[in-house]
Ligand binder design. Structure first.
Ligand code: BG6
Length: 515
């Protein structure tokens, strides 16, 4: 095949090696907030060090505080020196980077403020050569999304449908939570649609920016040996765990409304599930990948036994590592009789040709013994136990575990012969660890996602249909919990959740993995 034919081969779409960022301005709404401070500014600085950004690249922070450009630059410097993986700041990179930082003060619903912002952006187009290309990043509470999107449009700062045009393009990046349920997600989308069309909207799920999450697709579709066994004939069941040792970290206002099912299951866990279970896409273009992901969600039947196939838990007070920690209800800002769950376990099925009958067990929670995210594919046992009496009878099955974080890597559990005269078997691990194999630190999720939004690649962002189907699954569970008044199962902090979660899986003759 000649090079021209290869370049135009649609199978290669999405794998283009040149990822060019055009001159543009990134406008961050909520520029004095926590997300900007901890994640966005440090990620932009890492990109400045690695230099995929053009010299014209410019950032405009927008918020309610009366900052000057210099005060905003000082805040950025503090963010980088505190949170960047490349800290402390390198003076010469900083000198160039900081010259591209500007600030514009406004209330998010004040048309006058948008007029000023528009003038600043026009001036920057002239002075810094940003060519009218604009990305608007909404790092504000979601209640402002509607106002911001509407005013960006009515002020003429952003043009709906103009994703690529002679006078520049506009894109909008929105953080989670994208709504509180299906109805509010649709209403929010309608609001965004007043200023932006679907192809201009980039819904962030930061899990998709994690290197290890992207590697799920590479492991599956970049190797010949896994796909043939990645189905109901060989897979016994799948477990997905997203465990956190932290509590709610002072976010009671948000968390009381969300709970673990909205905070983690509707978004991050559904992403892990769909990437694990999807069919090979026809190419790696944004729509091809997202088409396959959404098909997985659509193949999940409504849970028929929500009361037995789900567990909702809440941590009480207790001791962790010798220190006493408050229970969820004692956390600042939490209702002392709160019914919000901090732990969820779910058993679900995916009714399609590949997965019919294979259970997927999901669990996530706060104040569990450690921070660990893992997807484990447990395979069926060999059809005939040839090595009976050699320890093989009780041997663990083959498990492929994809460790998303920390100690990122992939491990395959197999049986091996113990050295010696006798035929004795034991389980061992074939391990791949990112750290030792590549010797470089992976980029932060936000670095990848910010860069993709600037390039205009939406593969790692959530499309509206994915968001909607995920909400309808979650809504059905929440509705049932509320209607049946499903009680909260209590668990001690520092444990793997309530005993009801063990019962959920043990009832099927299986156990949760010990991580
Ligand atoms: C966020 C949730 O989306 O993800 C938090 O709101 C959670 O509650 C966090 O702690 C986990 O992210 P990570 O990258 O630390 O696994």
């Amino acid at each position: 095949m000649d090079t021209a034919a290869l370049a135009s081969n649609p199978l290669r779409e999405g794998l283009r090696s040149t990822r060019v960022v055009q001159p543009c301005v990134l406008v961050i709404f909520g520029a004095t907030g926590d997300l900007t401070h901890r994640k966005l500014l440090p990620a932009l600085y890492s990109l400045a060090i690695e230099q995929p950004l053009p010299p014209q690249f410019t950032v405009v922070g927008v918020a309610r505080r009366p900052f000057t450009d210099d005060e905003f630059r000082q805040q950025a410097l503090d963010s980088i020196n505190t949170f960047s993986r490349r800290r402390p700041v390198n003076q010469s990179v900083w000198d160039t980077f900081s010259k591209g930082l500007f600030y514009s003060q406004t209330q998010f619903d004040d048309p006058e403020g948008y007029k000023k912002l528009g003038e600043l952006l026009d001036r920057l187009d002239q002075e810094r050569g940003t060519q009218g290309n604009r990305i608007f990043y909404l790092a504000t509470p979601p209640s402002f999304y509607g106002d911001i999107s509407g005013l960006l449009s009515s002020s003429g700062i952003a043009r709906r449908g103009v994703e690529n045009g002679p006078t520049g393009w506009a894109r909008i990046v929105v953080e989670k939570p994208f709504g509180h349920d299906l109805a509010s997600a649709r209403a929010l989308n309608d609001q965004l649609n007043t200023g932006f069309s679907e192809s201009q909207i980039y819904r962030i799920d930061h899990y998709l920016g994690k290197e290890t999450v992207q590697n799920i697709m590479v492991l599956r579709f970049g190797n010949g040996i896994f796909e043939p066994i990645w189905n109901r004939r060989y897979v016994e069941h799948v477990q997905i765990t997203v465990a956190e040792s932290i509590g709610i970290e002072g976010r009671a206002d948000y968390y009381e409304q969300a709970g673990a099912i909205r905070d983690m299951v509707q978004n991050h866990m559904m992403q892990l599930l769909t990437l694990t279970a999807m069919e090979p896409p026809v190419n790696f273009g944004a729509d091809a990948v997202r088409d396959e992901k959404v098909k997985v969600l659509r193949a999940i039947p409504p849970l028929s036994e929500i009361s037995s196939d789900t567990v909702r838990g809440q941590y009480g007070p207790g001791l962790v590592g010798g220190e006493s920690v408050p229970g969820y209800r004692q956390e600042k800002g939490v209702d002392p009789r709160s019914q919000t769950e901090t732990f969820v376990a779910i058993k679900l099925l995916i009714e399609n040709w590949r997965w019919a009958g294979v259970p997927f067990y999901l669990r996530t929670g706060k104040r569990l013994p450690k921070r660990v995210t893992e997807i484990a594919i447990e395979f069926k046992r060999p059809p005939y136990l040839l090595f009976r009496g050699s320890g093989a009878d009780g041997l663990a099955p083959n498990v492929l575990s994809m460790r998303i974080q920390p100690n990122e890597g992939i491990s395959l559990q197999v049986s091996a012969k113990v050295p010696g005269q006798e035929m004795r078997l034991r389980t061992v691990n074939l391990d791949f660890l990112y750290g030792s194999s590549f010797g470089v630190e992976p980029p932060e999720a936000y670095e990848r996602l910010l860069l993709d939004a600037m390039i205009g690649d939406s593969t790692l962002f959530t499309r509206i249909d994915e968001t909607e189907v995920a909400w309808s699954l979650v809504d059905a569970i929440v509705r049932d919990w509320n209607e049946t008044r499903t009680p909260l199962a209590r668990y001690e902090p520092g444990t793997w959740g309530p005993k009801e979660a063990d019962m959920l899986i043990e009832r099927d003759g299986r156990t949760w993995r010990r991580l």
